[in-house]
Design a binder for this molecule. Structure first.
Ligand code: PRX
Length: 631
């Protein structure tokens, strides 16, 4: 018996059961995991608070499910294959037994350095095996991990460490990304100038640069690990204890810490992995995301390991040393399931077909996409050149807040259609709402995408600010979880995600609040005010278009553009750099002072003839100036 769905008929049957009796459905799935103590109640919920409890009263440790329970039958099976940035460097493989030992050692190093159950630990690291060890080590001892993508700036790192009062940071000396070398430890040192909560920094050596340690605060992992045992008991956790915090952007200026808990997250990450990717026991699974994003949490670390899978972790970038790197890695390790983002697909498509044509890609069985809408051209290219029209393309829609894949085909089971995520997974009840918040029940309609019933891996709160969680997700439409996305349902009931309907932009699959980027731009001393919108970008999906009002007219606009870009890099990181900066003398505002972003969006999209009604503007003249100066 397993929870693997093996036909579309079975999917339809299970979907029906999961809606008619969700508690029985999820209890059955949860029964496939190992629990130290069974639950008293499968589900208690209330979307108004919100207050959601899955598997109440149960005790478990997710790492026992990821590691210990596989040791008897899969001890010598590969758990992790690590492929370095440079193809000339050797790759490393870890069996389940070895990974178990590495995680226990890392956990003991954390404990030795004062970490206890409930403490928050920030992981600011490149994609090296120790990042996976540290993630699981936190879970092992009941510490809460907050992984921060190592491309964020010192300021962004400091904000995230402070928001969740992290006691420890695990990091590296430096990192390799493509042709670049990044001084990771220097960023941490700068960030920690403002963070009082951090008592210890554990430094893993990756580049061997001989970085300086701060006396009393910093320790080297390779020295600490000599002092600890190979065994570390798994801390018993309540199903609703916090497993991790992951920061993501919303429509306000400050990123929020999305909180996931142990039991429900485990059940859904495990279940969705198995079914979407149709993993078979001897398969090699590769998700190209970074563990700093939810995709890496759920489908590099937890989902695969919960199923005893072999997961591949890649340190590098798709275009180094050339645009064939992904395909070379697929052939080298005989990858069976490959999971990446539309932005990567588009950039590799633009680099020319010859890169992909030089590899066989014979081992691939399922190919996936995540993070943003995949346009039809990219979908077809992926299907033809990578999947060879043999592999189903699973277009997986989900969010940091949903913890796992919500809408997708299940491997070859279920129809696929270009740019359509398809049908919801069992247990997921999506609806489309109209402007009045009423459910639209027909097909061939568009609306706001919401979910009307809880699923195990849903967000529980936003760290330190429960009101924010309620206001962002549960108060726009009473009784629903609101996703922030718009979607269309076709004549067969398949979902197509159109994109965000709030002030969030999705740049190369990375989420930013417009206000967050505006705050960063406004930190420049020459800037009086700014407004940021997204616009269609051929590779990135959306580009960042910034309208900037200067305090006084600059001597050189290009220099100021470069300076503002640098300020954004410092405030957030290079991934948030504006693509276009237009200097303006004013912004289109209503009489009540609200910026009419609709107008700015149309100008950025190159459609100034479709501005709509501008009669409520305080100063309609400003629109003419903006249209004339558009980039
Ligand atoms: O707008 C949707 C888009 O990415 C948003 C979630 O971003 P994040 O929390 O960073 O998680 C990304 C990885 C799960 C969603 O609100 N999105 C994600 N997947 C898809 C998508 N848009 C269209 N199609 C998808 N498959």
């Amino acid at each position: 018996m397993s929870y693997r769905i093996t036909s579309f008929d079975q999917y339809e049957k299970e979907y029906k059961e999961s809606v008619e009796n969700p508690e029985a459905f999820w209890a059955e799935v949860a029964g496939h995991f190992s629990w130290q103590k069974p639950w008293e109640k499968v589900l208690e919920w209330n979307f108004d608070q919100p207050d959601i409890k899955w598997f109440k009263g149960a005790k478990l440790n997710i790492t026992e499910n990821c590691l210990d329970r596989h040791l008897a039958s899969r001890g010598n099976k590969l758990a992790l294959i690590w492929e370095p940035n440079d193809p000339k460097e050797r790759f490393i493989r870890y069996t389940y037994r070895e990974l178990h030992q590495k995680v226990c050692q890392m956990a003991n190093v954390m404990k030795r350095n004062g970490i206890q159950k409930g403490d928050r630990v920030c992981l600011y690291m490149p994609m090296i095996p120790e990042l996976m060890f540290a993630t699981l080590a936190c879970a092992r001892i009941g510490a809460v991990h907050s992984v921060v993508f190592a491309g964020f700036s010192a300021q962004a790192l400091a904000d995230r460490i402070t928001d969740s009062n992290c006691k420890m940071v695990v990091t590296t000396d430096g990192s390799y990304r493509g042709a670049k070398e990044v001084p990771i430890k220097r960023v941490v040192d700068e960030a920690l100038e403002d963070c009082e909560s951090v008592q210890k920094v554990v430094v893993v050596e990756r580049t061997n640069w001989g970085v300086a340690l701060q006396e009393g605060r910093d320790v080297f992992y390779h020295e600490e690990v000599k002092l600890v045992s190979d065994d570390c008991p798994a801390e018993p956790m309540d199903a609703e204890d916090m497993l991790f915090i992951l920061y993501t952007s919303g429509s306000t200026g400050k990123p929020k810490g999305v909180v996931h808990t142990c039991g429900g997250y485990m059940v859904y990450a495990g279940y969705s992995f198995q079914n979407v990717f149709q993993y078979d026991e001897s398969d090699i699974f590769w998700c190209t995301a970074d563990i700093g994003w939810i995709t890496g949490h759920s489908y590099i670390v937890y989902g695969p390991l919960l199923n005893g899978a072999t997961t591949l972790m890649f340190e590098g970038v798709p275009t180094y040393p050339d645009a064939g790197r992904f395909w070379q890695v697929c052939d080298k390790h005989s990858v069976n399931q490959f999971y990446t983002a539309p932005t990567a697909i588009r950039s590799l498509m633009a680099a020319g077909d010859e890169h992909v044509m030089s590899y066989s890609l014979n081992s691939l069985r399922v190919i996936g996409s995540v993070g943003e809408p995949i346009n039809e051209e990219a979908w077809h290219w992926y299907n033809i050149h990578v999947g060879k029209e043999r592999c189903p393309v699973v277009d997986t829609w989900w969010q940091t807040e949903t913890g796992g894949i919500m809408i997708s085909a299940l491997g070859e089971h279920g129809p696929t259609k270009p740019s359509h995520a398809g049908y919801p997974l069992p247990g997921v009840q999506p609806v489309l709402l109209n402007n009045e918040g009423k459910e639209i029940t027909e097909n061939e309609v568009e609306g706001y995408l919401a979910i009307k019933f809880p699923w195990p891996s849903m967000i529980r709160t936003t760290y330190g600010d429960h009101d924010r969680c309620r206001n962002t997700y549960f108060s726009h439409y009473k009784g629903y979880y609101f996703t922030g996305d718009g979607a269309r349902r076709d004549e067969h009931g398949m979902y197509r995600i159109i994109g965000r309907v709030d002030d969030v932009i999705n740049v190369s699959g990375h989420r930013f609040g417009t206000a967050e980027i505006e705050n960063a731009i406004n930190a420049d001393p020459h800037v009086a005010e700014s407004a940021v919108v997204g616009y269609p970008h051929a590779i990135k999906g959306q580009g960042i278009y910034a309208y900037v009002i200067c305090k006084k007219s600059p001597d050189n606009f290009d220099n100021l553009r470069a300076e503002i870009t640098e300020t954004v890099k410092q405030q957030i990181g290079p991934i948030a750099k504006p693509d276009k900066i237009q200097f303006v003398s004013g912004l289109p505002k209503t009489r009540s002072g609200k910026i009419m972003r609709r107008i700015l969006r149309k100008v950025a999209e190159g459609e100034p003839d479709k501005l709509g009604d501008t009669s409520t503007l305080l100063d309609p003249k400003i629109v003419e100036e903006i249209v004339e100066g558009a980039l």
